[in-house]
Write a protein that binds this ligand. Structure first.
Ligand code: PLP
Length: 285
């Protein structure tokens, strides 16, 4: 297996970064997780758009052109014989003596890339769906930036794991669900409206979320873009989450209570199927 670091492809177990990389010392950097399906990159342009935006918000330069980023990631897929899984890209402000403010030396942004193979979800996993807990959203006020600073997300996800659950839905000061620790949150109301929160500074604008909203518009599904409370979620007939590695995943339990009849929702499964058909399989050629 290979990784890309310091401008080169290197054996994964030999890839390393400098101890004064600002990513290591300050979490001064951003990342992307770009899904790969049957060797093809899914939603490549929107992922690179988001990477560019995250970098611009932090005033970190692109480490190389978008074209070069594609070449490097495709070469890594080839070298690692990656079929299904993801490319992880990380860009930090670079290496400089420790000092909070941006270094005057203007170091080159440090790009690293790795890949990971993931098994496809089994029918049994899909039929079971995910169980989520709710937990306070303890993150900062710029969750729209895909920052590598993820401590609150890590703690929430660990809390979920310790409760035997798959994800944590984060609750803001108003009692609304913002999103999951690493996924976007959706519900279906008793009158069959699909609801997801607006992509403001309180959530990461998920690429799966974006693709699914476009698909829903094309297919004429009704979508309400608005906050929803924990109470509304507990009374929803269906719930699901979206992310690059989970696609559309049914949620069958929230805080130990069954969602609807406790089985994956019909609309959720329809949306999952349409998403896999139209977005995931799209690049197969
Ligand atoms: N929300 C958070 C906090 C995330 O970390 C992620 C991605 O991992 C998502 C949502 C889903 O985004 P995407 O669909 O681009 O994977």
């Amino acid at each position: 297996r290979y990784a890309y670091a310091n401008g080169r492809f290197v054996p994964h177990n030999q890839a390393s970064v400098h101890i004064e990389d600002r990513g290591y010392q300050f979490a001064d950097g951003v990342y992307e997780v770009v899904p790969v399906h049957q060797g093809h990159v899914v939603d490549e342009e929107p992922h690179l758009d988001r990477l560019e935006r995250s970098l611009a918000e932090l005033r970190i330069d692109m480490p190389m052109t978008r074209h070069a980023l594609k070449l490097v990631s495709h070469e890594l897929i080839r070298r690692n014989v990656l079929t299904n899984g993801f490319i992880y890209m990380q860009v930090t402000r670079g290496v400089a003596p420790r000092d909070h403010k941006f270094p005057k030396s203007k170091p080159r942004p440090a790009l690293t890339m790795t890949t990971r193979q993931l098994p496809a979800k089994s029918e049994a996993q899909l039929e079971q769906g995910f169980a989520v807990i709710t937990a306070p959203d303890q993150r900062w006020k710029r969750c729209d930036i895909k920052s590598i600073a993820l401590l609150p997300n890590i703690l929430a996800k660990q809390q979920a794991a310790e409760a035997g659950c798959d994800e944590a839905w984060l609750i803001d000061a108003d009692g609304n669900v913002t999103e999951g620790a690493a996924t976007n949150a959706w519900i279906v109301t008793p009158d069959k409206k699909v609801v997801t929160r607006q992509a403001d500074h309180a959530i990461l604008p998920g690429i799966t979320r974006l693709s699914l909203t476009k698909l829903m518009a094309r297919e004429g599904y009704e979508l309400e873009i608005r906050p929803f409370s924990k109470e509304e979620a507990m009374n929803a007939t269906e719930a699901f989450l979206t992310s690059s590695t989970n696609h559309v995943m049914p949620i069958t339990k929230i805080d130990g209570q069954p969602v609807g009849n406790g089985h994956p929702g019909i609309l959720t499964l329809k949306l999952r199927e349409a998403y896999v058909e139209q977005v995931v399989n799209e690049g197969r050629g």
